[in-house]
Structure formats: C-alpha cells, structure tokens
Design a binder for this molecule. Structure first.
Ligand code: ADP
Ligand code: MG
Length: 256
C-alpha cells in the first residue's frame, strides 16, 4: 500500500525514442504539499519525464501510480503495462499540467479557456464553473481580462490563464514544464509570483525550471537530472548552495 501522503510515485521509469535512451532509470515520489523543482541541462530528459508522468507519453518500463491508483506496472520482464481507459481517466483527473508555450485555445475567451473542461469533462454546472473561474482569474491578477482572447494578452498573462485553467480542475498536483522560459524577465516575475503564492498555500507542484533562485527559494526539494538519470537530489538549499556532484556544480556554475 502506498503511504497516504505520496501523491505520485514513479519507480524505475525508462523511456527510449528509437535507439536513444532518454530516461534510463528514474524513480521519483511526490508527497502532498511538497514543491519539487527539476533542473538540468537541455536534452537531459526533463520534459520526457514530465510527459511520462502526465500520461502524454508511455513508459517502456517501470511503474507509475497516483496515490492508490496504479497507472502502469512493470511486468517483471522490463515492460510497463498500463491500466485501461477508466484508469487513465481517473489518473488524469488528479493532476494539471502547464506548458512552456501556454497552449491556450486561441479562439476561446479567457473565461471559456478556464471553464471549458470543468463544464465539459467534469460536468460541473455552468454557473458554478464560471464563479470558480472568475475567482481563479482574480487570484492570478486577471479579473478584468475574462472576455479577451489569448492573443490580446501578454505572454505572462497567457501563462497565468493557463495556470488558472489547470487549477480549475482541482488537481492534487500541478506539473510545470519551464513555465517562464518563453517570457521576458518582467513577465517572468509575475508568473513566478503566482507560483510562489501557490507554494505558500501548500499546493503540491513539480516544476521544471531554469530559474535557480526561484527553485532554491520555493522548492522543498531539487532534483538535478542529466542524461536520463537523477544525478543529485536533496533539500533545495543544499543542492543549490552546496552541490555534491561535479556535474551539478558544473551546471550551476553557469548561473553564477
Ligand atoms: P529536456 O526537457 O531536459 O531538454 P527532453 O525530454 O525534451 O529533454 O529531451 C531529451 C532527449 O529526448 C533529447 O535528445 C530529445 O531530442 C529526445 N526526444 C524527446 N522527445 C522525443 C520524441 N518525441 N522523439 C524522439 N526524440 C525525442
Ligand atoms: Mg524540456
């Protein structure tokens, strides 16, 4: 039985594209209320890891569970065997995902972007979904933007709509893949601020980021990934201020 407070657990995850092993053997647990930052050089497999954990890609080997819900189990012969449609649907209701490039519906208004899935997937009453959507937009500092379409907003505003949209589904855990890397510094600040606020509320989050100061200050734990493996993992301040591995030191030295 999983521990009560483990929301996501990946064990010995492996993933290749053709002959290229992108995830070599990755294990990762995320506990309720925890903020985990994943850092590391480009091409190290961070996005693939997030895509496997959020069911956009399937693992070749290993097991994945969301709390007591087993999503994929290793069959013992090096293959991950996935549950059926119903399992996938239930798992998908437990997490949200925020991408680097916002991925909003371009023709939908802001409020429609935020309320569409709660209404069509979760079958929530329209009025309730709109009320919650407006609440979330206000929290993101976008109270006056609900009737705009994404292209009328700055990148930072679009990303905050994307965060509101993810939160509207009441996920247990929120994944972010480089949420600010498409943004200018001043827009980055606004997006990091809302993520900091969510962390202060103990929202469980897994964040791939190149913002080292943010990772050190906001994350409880940092995972340094390179070449498909977890090279180093520990308390955020320890990994950033006192890395143990040479590869981690070399990576962090670029940011000083
Ligand atoms: P990161 O997010 O750390 O930059 P990625 O997970 O995006 O790393 O990529 C890791 C490696 O996997 C890269 O070499 C990339 O080219 C390769 N890769 C990622 N997705 C695919 C795919 N769909 N098909 C083939 N190769 C891929
Ligand atoms: Mg990536």
């Amino acid at each position: 039985m999983p521990e009560d407070n483990v929301l996501v657990k990946l064990e010995h995850g492996k993933k290749s594209f053709g002959d290229v092993a992108v995830l070599k053997d990755i294990s990762l647990e995320v506990r309720k209320g925890e903020v985990v930052a994943i850092i590391g050089p480009s091409g190290g497999g961070k996005s693939t890891l997030l895509r496997c954990m959020t069911l956009l890609e399937t693992l070749d080997a290993g097991s994945l569970s969301y709390g007591d819900l087993s999503v994929a189990e290793d069959n013992g012969a090096g293959h991950a065997v996935y549950g059926g449609k119903d399992v996938m649907k239930r798992a998908k209701s437990r997490f949200g995902l925020v991408f680097q490039n916002f991925n909003l519906f371009p023709h939908y208004s802001v409020i429609k972007n935020v309320t569409d899935a709660p209404i069509s997937v979760q079958k929530r009453p329209r009025a309730e979904a709109f009320e919650r959507g407006r609440e979330l937009l206000a929290k993101m500092g976008l109270a006056d933007k609900e009737d705009m379409v994404p292209c009328e907003l700055s990148g930072g505003q679009q990303q905050r709509v994307a965060i509101a949209r993810a939160l509207a589904m009441d996920p247990e855990v929120l994944f972010f893949d480089e949420p600010t890397s498409a943004l200018d510094p001043e827009l980055t600040r606004d997006v990091l601020k809302v993520i900091r606020d969510l962390a202060a509320e103990r929202m469980t989050m897994v964040i791939v980021t190149h913002e080292m100061t943010f990772a050190r200050d906001v994350a409880d734990r940092i995972i340094f990934m390179d070449d498909g493996l977890v090279v180093e993992e520990g308390r955020a301040v320890d990994v950033i201020n006192n890395p143990q591995q040479e590869r981690t030191r070399a990576f962090l030295s670029q940011y000083q």
